[in-house]
Ligand binder design. Structure first.
Ligand code: ADP
Ligand code: MG
Length: 260
């Protein structure tokens, strides 16, 4: 019997990923040899200082950006070898994402945006999916906003619409970059509860970038990035443990002193 990456329990993985931007003297190495697997049914938090490569990693894992070198898989599929069309179809069917750079469609109202993944796939939600969407809308407090277009919504409401859209099709894999960034603490907790339930109750695999130790404490696993590398990979931690670790490592690696 073949043993595939799926059998090994990885919903997505990357191997020896590098990403450089610019060239010559302006070259920035955003990712520097990252190898990591997102385990099936697990809620993984990715933390690290600003500029450590978190968004770049998420974009490549979700097939929205290509690496400079290395490979990326979604399930058994090596996505670095796919055409744009194949990637689009795979993403539409299997991946939900909440990314700043891929926001809501301004001409569609909230419910139109939430149902967009179905429209793009040329189908309508089943009764079961419809019930799930209604539940998401209610939990996210969007009932009275469904006919509003993005410019008529606050930043937090837009963020919640993007989260409903990402979860609407119950995708195997959800990538979220700072999904609680724009939210007040109550909405933030609800979103974290939804993501935790998606993995715990529905077996979905979640990868969430956050800088907030409290948000990361909802995850089963916390991966820390620093300067484009994985610097730590820990099982579930309390917010206090995460804060203490971040503080200690920052103290352990001070900015180099430049002598002129
Ligand atoms: N499109 C881009 N062009 C040039 N540099 C970029 C681009 N995107 C990201 N970078 C650089 O790559 C590094 C990692 O960025 P990013 O992945 O956004 O980090 P994070 O999400 O952890 O803040 C940073 O130094 C950033 O300035
Ligand atoms: Mg970022």
């Amino acid at each position: 019997m073949d043993i595939s990456t799926t059998d090994l329990g990885l919903a997505a993985r990357v191997q020896q990923l590098t990403k450089t931007y610019g060239a010559g003297g302006n070259e920035v190495r955003a990712l520097d040899g990252v190898s990591i697997g997102i385990r099936r049914g697990e809620f993984t938090a990715i933390m690290g200082p600003s500029g450590s490569g978190k968004s770049t990693l998420m974009h490549i894992m979700a097939g929205l950006d290509a690496p400079t070198s290395g490979r990326a898989w979604i399930g058994d599929t090596d996505i670095t070898g796919l055409s744009d069309l194949e990637l689009t179809i795979l993403r539409r069917r299997r991946v939900g994402f909440v990314f700043q750079a891929f926001n809501l469609v301004p001409t569609l109202d909230a419910i139109g945006n939430i149902l967009l993944p179905f429209d793009l796939d040329g189908r309508r939600p089943t009764a079961l999916e419809r019930a799930r969407i209604d539940g998401l809308v209610q939990t996210l407090g969007l009932e009275s906003r469904l006919r509003h277009r993005p410019h008529e919504l606050s930043g937090g409401q837009q963020q919640r619409v993007a989260i409903a859209r990402a979860l609407a099709t119950s995708p195997d894999l959800v990538f979220a970059d700072e999904p609680t960034g724009n939210l007040d603490s109550r909405s933030g907790r609800e979103v974290l509860g939804l993501l935790a339930a998606a993995s715990r109750d529905h077996g979905q695999s979640i990868a969430m970038v956050t800088h907030d130790p409290v948000a990361a404490s909802h995850a089963d696993r916390v991966v820390f990035l620093g300067d484009g590398r994985v610097v730590a990979d820990k099982p579930r931690q309390s917010a206090e443990e995460i804060s203490a670790y971040m503080l200690a490592t920052e103290l352990g690696t001070p900015e180099p002193v430049v002598l002129s």
